[in-house]
Design a protein around this ligand. Structure first.
Ligand SMILES: [Zn+2]
Length: 380
């Protein structure tokens, strides 16, 4: 039954309110199966019925949709220096949020303790019972093992094989799942953002580093971390944190951009506009376009979504990229390539973490308590 629940929930997430009859057609489940699953979802307070719509035959058809307040997830975005924590509902709306700075020298245990303290405050502020939380999504700056349990390597934070999922589970008593931050945001943009419907999406995050995430949507969804910041743009360049030399990140991320401009105090929101006026800009912009063209040639995304400090880049930056990038990729990739700014609220790290938590603890097979009671009912 849980597979059927997952199919129904994901259909409602991706296509919005619809009739039970249409759900049966679109998911390939039997009408009786859909009716039964909808009844159990309804009983658990996860569905709501909306105003009837006239059908072609003039008969009213009641539509069902997911009740946004049917459950909640905790979303935690860990950067190397700060945690951003939010409680989100089933429509991925943020109910309450807060941040805590722990600084670059905090131990992994400190990071978890500080984030958990903020999480408890955020849940209280959201005025929801703790037992309505389905789980915790944690976005981290680096690679994650296949099960979403361990932050295997974060070049930026210096974290190696940190079992964050286990640590948050022990502290909060809720199931937890980890994801690479930019990949999680890419998925969130593809599910909930303005570029929903794109067959494939590359999300770029410019900040302390420059990283990305890729998602190919559809029945055989696949995702991957995109380490564009460690594409070598000058083999004779300076040493990088990753132990390579001349990586894009050594030229095109916050610290080197500030250094090029010669001012440490420039807010990140003005970084690109200021850097564009400096003499060295054309050289590092060329590095960026080169690395991005290679990335696009290999992955072939339909949409490139610019996030982080790119969000506040001036319009002529985006216009130039739209002009300069397409000639450097394959003709078939060029034809439909869209370059857009991110559409989710910023900072979007928590939205990515919330999206992963909702995918894992709700949309894949319904909430755990529902699956258990359904299985129980099936056996009875
Ligand atoms: Zn590197």
């Amino acid at each position: 039954m849980s597979v059927g629940i997952g199919r129904i929930l994901t259909h409602l997430r991706d296509f919005g309110p619809t009739s039970r009859a249409n759900l049966a057609r679109e998911t390939g489940l039997s009408s009786a199966g859909v009716t039964k699953i909808c009844a159990s979802l309804d009983e658990a307070g996860l569905l709501r019925e909306s105003a009837s719509k006239e059908t072609a035959l003039g008969r009213p058809a009641t539509e069902v949709s997911i009740h946004p307040q049917g459950g909640y997830v905790l979303a935690i975005h860990l950067s190397p220096v700060r945690a951003h924590v939010a409680v989100c509902n089933l429509a991925m709306q943020v109910l309450s949020e807060d941040t805590v700075d722990y600084g670059a020298s905090a131990s992994e245990t400190d990071v978890v303790e500080r984030a958990v303290a903020v999480a408890r405050g955020v849940v209280t502020a959201a005025r929801i019972p703790f037992d309505q939380l389905l789980g915790v999504g944690v976005g981290v700056p680096g690679s994650v093992d296949e099960e979403g349990r361990i932050n295997t390597h974060s070049v930026l934070a210096g974290w190696r094989n940190v079992p964050f999922a286990k640590m948050f589970e022990a502290a909060l008593g809720l199931p937890a799942i980890l994801s690479h931050n930019a990949t999680a945001i890419a998925i969130a943009e593809a599910r909930y953002g303005a570029w929903k419907g794109s067959e494939s999406l590359l999300y770029l995050l410019l900040g302390k580093g420059i990283g990305g995430g890729y998602v190919k949507t559809g029945a055989h969804e696949r995702t991957s971390i995109v380490e564009i910041g460690h594409v070598v743009v000058d083999p004779n360049g300076p040493l990088c944190r990753c132990s390579g030399t001349g990586c894009l990140e050594r030229y095109f991320s916050e610290a080197p951009l500030r250094q090029m401009v010669g001012r440490d105090d420039i807010p990140s929101s003005q970084l690109i506009s200021t850097a564009m006026q400096v003499e060295g800009w054309s050289e590092i912009y060329e590095y960026f376009v080169q690395a991005l063209a290679t990335t696009v040639t290999l992955l072939g995304p339909e949409t490139i979504v610019l996030g982080g400090d790119f969000l506040t880049a001036p319009d002529h930056f985006v216009a130039e990229l739209r002009k300069d990038l397409p000639p450097r990729v394959m003709p078939q990739q060029r034809a439909n390539l869209a370059i857009e700014r991110a559409s989710l609220a910023t900072p979007s790290g928590v939205q990515g973490a919330a999206c992963i938590a909702l995918d894992t603890f709700f949309f894949s097979s319904g909430p755990a308590h529902l699956g258990r009671s359904s299985n129980h009912a099936n056996r009875a």
